[in-house]
Each structure stands twice: as C-alpha cells, then as structure tokens.
Design a protein. Structure first.
Length: 309
C-alpha cells in the first residue's frame, strides 16, 4: 500500500507541476483526507498536504463542498484552506453568496483561518444574518482577519447584538485587533449579563496589555457592579499594574468576601513583600472560607514566584 501511495504521489506531483489537476483527483484526495476509516489513516495527512500543494487547483473544486453537513469534512476543509492561505480567498468569498447556513458557517471558519483582510467586506452581510450562529462565525472571521483599528470600529458597531454568543465573538475580535479606542467598550463588557462575554472581554484586555493600564486604574474607582469590579481587580494583578497597588490593597478590608478574595489574589502579584506581611495579619482575622483559600493560594504563589526572590 505504501509503495502504491508513493507512486500516486509522484504522479500527482507531476500533475500539479503541469497544471493538469482534475476534479476527480481532488475528489479522491478529499475523500481520503476526510476519511475516518482505519484503512485510510496512513494517507490522511499526505492527502491533505497534496491538496494544500495544489492551492488554486484544489480551491476551485473544494468550494463546492462547503455546504457539507458532515463534521469531519468541515474540519478537513478548514485545515486545507488554512494551509492554502490567502490564495484561496477569492474562491471562499464567492461561496458566501448563498442562503445555505452550513455553507456560510463553514466558509466563515475557513476564512477565519486564512486571515485575509480582503475578505472582511464580503463577510459583512453574514453579520446581519437571522441565524445567530452564522453571525457569530462571520464576526469571528472578521476579527481574526486583522485590520487593526478599522476592523475594531466595525466590530464595535455590532456590540448591541442580543445574543451572548455573538457578543463574545465581537469582544474577542476587538481584543485581537488591539485598538486603543476599544478599551472603554471592553471594560464595559466586563459587566455584561453573560458570564461568557465577561470572560471573553477579560481575555481581550489581557491580550492588549499595557494599552489598558490607565483605563483599568480609572475604572477601579467607578465600576458599575461587583461582578465588573472583581474582574478589574484581577486584571490589575494579572497585568501587574504597579499604579493599581493602592486601590487593590485597600480592598483587603472590603465588606464583600468576593472582593476581598480577589484583592488577595492580585496583591500577591503586585507587591510580594507587602502582600506577605498584610496577608499574614489578615489570615488570623479572616472568617470567610473563600478568602482564606485565596490567602493560602497566595502564600503558595509567593513562595514559588520570582517576585519573592
């Protein structure tokens, strides 16, 4: 079988070189590449690699498969188009002209991996689709396509979407494009009704790093709700924002155990020496189990972290 495979690949290489790739060859290779059968396992990757090497020759035939409902085939298409890269963009954007939801979702996933700003304008109609899963996939693709501030502005205009899965995709894309103008909206999203959106906004702010320092310090003094405030506290510690030390340490005596607990977590990351002495005193008086667990975890962190050296 291996010998036959080598012969087939040699013939295929010659076909690619001569530009004579046929639809039948692409069909055969895709069937092997997306197969879950044991007999094909040894040739799954070589088949994918061959299709990637064909580039345009494979793209023009594979777009016809983007309406598949088979999960394995969808994953295979994403992997192949990721490998082909931006040369596949013209074929993929043409596949967005459809009412088929499976095709729209899979095409968007492929474009998300291709990461070509040239595809963004073609993805925009799908961001208004009635099906929220189509909107989410298209928005994710836009976010991952890059474009910086221009793309961030587009995403910001969509943030009023009523579905949390869509808003999660939006804030993810805002973080990926790292536009300073998005920071206030990301901080506001830390107070979103959806836990998933709040965590996605948190991750986006972490990715933006130093761009958010001053905004986080400012937001610590006017957080709308406790759920937003604790995330801001945690961000101050995770990003090691030195100027946030005083407001964070002040929360060690807050009436809310949740706030005290996350203040403990961040204190250990902001100032090892001061944190150790403060936490040693706090542990003697603290009654709440959550806060006590955070104190013990902080001691472990301090004993192993380079901050303590």
């Amino acid at each position: 079988m291996i010998r036959g495979l080598i012969c087939s690949l040699c013939i295929l290489s010659a076909s690619i070189a001569s530009g004579q790739v046929t639809e039948a060859e692409v069909e055969r290779l895709f069937r092997q590449a997306s197969s879950g059968e044991i007999r094909f396992q040894s040739i799954v990757k070589p088949s994918k690699d061959s299709l990637i090497a064909m580039a345009d020759s494979a793209s023009k035939y594979l777009v016809a498969k983007l309406n598949t409902t088979d999960a394995r085939e969808k994953v295979t298409l994403v992997e192949i188009f990721r490998g082909i890269g931006k040369s596949a963009t013209p074929y993929l954007v043409s596949a967005l002209k459809t009412d088929n939801k499976d095709q729209l979702r899979t095409t968007s996933r492929c474009l998300a991996e291709v990461k070509d700003t040239a595809a963004i304008s073609y993805l925009l109609p799908a961001t208004k689709h009635a099906d929220f899963t189509v909107r989410a996939e298209a928005i994710t693709a836009i976010g991952k396509s890059g474009g910086g501030e221009t793309t961030a502005r587009l995403l910001e205009s969509m943030l009023a979407d009523s579905v949390d899965m869509v808003r999660k995709s939006i804030v993810y894309g805002m973080g990926t494009n790292k536009a300073a103008g998005s920071v206030p909206l990301l901080i506001a999203s830390l107070n979103d009704e959806s836990f998933a959106v709040r965590l996605s906004a948190y991750d986006a702010l972490v990715v933006m790093d130093s761009l958010v320092y001053e905004s986080i310090i400012s937001a610590l003094s006017n957080a709308a709700r406790e759920r937003q405030f604790v995330l801001l506290l945690r961000l101050a510690g995770q990003l090691k924002i030195a100027k946030a030390k005083s407001p964070v340490f002040a929360e060690l005596t807050n009436e809310s155990a949740l706030i005290r607990g996350w203040a403990v977590w961040s204190c250990a990351r902001l100032d090892a020496k001061s944190a150790r002495s403060r936490l040693e005193k706090l542990t003697k008086a603290e009654q709440d189990q959550f806060v006590q667990s955070q104190i013990q975890d902080a001691f472990v962190y301090l004993s192993t972290s380079k901050l303590d050296e």
